[in-house]
Ligand binder design. Sequence first.
Ligand code: ATP
Ligand code: MG
Length: 148
Amino acid sequence: MNMRNYVRFEFPSLAENVSFARSCVGAFAAQMDCTLEEIEEIKLVVSEAVSNSIIHGYENQPYGKIVVMATLLDERIMEIIIEDQGVGIADINKAMEPSFSSNPDRMGLGFTFMKSFMDELEVESEPGAGTRIKLKRCFLVKDKEALA
Ligand SMILES: Nc1ncnc2c1ncn2[C@@H]1O[C@H](COP(=O)(O)OP(=O)(O)OP(=O)(O)O)[C@@H](O)[C@H]1O
Ligand SMILES: [Mg+2]
């Protein structure tokens, strides 16, 4: 794989680890040539995906394993993978519909945010085996004059 740098870490399904994971990937993303706003967007999608693993994948039970891997494929492209070994998703297309939630108290917008802030979103999941979310974001070259 074409790769410049990566970070990979795992942690248990405890609510306090959502902010840990989002800050960690945000700090890693800061080495790219991107804006603070773009870093905030990366942090938001990481917290959505990690929250989903905790709330849905592990049904709020502690000590389920969550793995996060963030890779800089080159100076402009970042890939983020979030994996759990939780209950999995039976109908992925349904789960990704805006406003769909299996929990009546939730908004059902996590996947919608992931889709809108990232350029690619892939969901692999199997009931009983777990869920793997792959997100990719390409940062534009801002200083176009530098290319002229
Ligand atoms: N890691 C996961 N494991 C199992 N089910 C998941 C996982 N991630 C998402 N889902 C399923 O997909 C549905 C949609 O997820 P999404 O993040 O869009 O909405 P939500 O989590 O229900 O609500 P919100 O994100 O707005 O709080 C969830 O309600 C859940 O049924
Ligand atoms: Mg969600």
